[in-house]
Design a protein around this ligand. Structure first.
Ligand SMILES: C[S@@+](CC[C@H](N)C(=O)[O-])C[C@H]1O[C@@H](n2cnc3c(N)ncnc32)[C@H](O)[C@@H]1O
Length: 205
């Protein structure tokens, strides 16, 4: 079995950016939520498992000045960097496994994750992730996590996932994370199929 890093490097070495099921030209739901809860363009944002997504391009275009993109795959980060050209210099890039990355306490106003947490099938990895969020996000900051919903697929990219409804996802995080909104999205894959995603947005208290 490949390591997490090798799995994702292989995916990004062998598939075009728009030929993966999670691809969408723009992450509209994420963008709308981010602008609503962290509208100040100097807010420090981290996109965890950003992959090759265009969220970073869209955040830069909207004037955000303090963006960090983390991914376990160096290949994905290299591709996103190249696509951004000069804009890449304005971004903090981190190659790390989210369960092990080193963060300063209260480093971020906003944490965003689309389609990463659901790959953590081991309870100890989920607990490590939650500890990371609790350390890295400021009190009063926001956490947006999007996973497959209860009717979403059971696998993605050949890996098992855990599907969540809003209550089950919020339970993973606990009372310090106040759930302020949740929604479901029917994502249309590039292959003509649909996948149910769940979005939860919490405030750190
Ligand atoms: C399904 S893709 C989603 C990419 C992007 N968030 C999007 O919505 O287009 C999952 C991403 O999470 C990254 N990833 C998976 N496990 C990770 C981990 N433990 N730590 C950091 N990144 C991880 C993968 O490399 C991949 O880019």
């Amino acid at each position: 079995m490949l390591s997490v890093k090798d799995h994702w490097d292989k995916v990004y070495n062998t598939k075009a950016p728009d030929q993966v099921s999670w691809y969408r030209p723009h992450l509209e739901t994420s963008l709308a939520l981010i602008e609503r809860v962290a509208g100040d363009r100097s807010a420090s944002l981290i996109d965890v498992g950003g992959g090759e997504s265009t969220l970073v391009d869209d955040l830069l275009a909207r004037g955000y000045q303090n963006i960090t993109i983390l991914d376990v795959s160096q290949t994905a980060i290299d591709i996103a960097r190249k696509r951004l050209g000069l804009g890449a210099k304005q971004i903090h890039w981190l190659v790390a496994d989210i369960t092990e990355a080193q963060f300063e306490p209260g480093a971020y106003d906003l944490w965003h994750d689309r389609a990463v947490f659901h790959f953590l099938t081991a309870a100890e990895h989920r607990a490590a992730y939650v500890r990371q969020v609790a350390r890295a996000v400021k009190l009063g900051g926001h956490v947006i996590v999007s996973t497959f919903g209860p009717e979403g697929p059971t696998k993605c990219s050949g890996l098992e996932v855990v599907r969540y409804d809003s209550e089950a996802l919020h339970d993973q995080f606990g009372a310090r994370f106040r759930l302020i909104e949740s929604s479901k999205e029917l994502h249309h894959t590039p292959f003509g199929t649909t996948q149910q995603f769940l979005y939860c947005c919490c405030k750190m208290e």
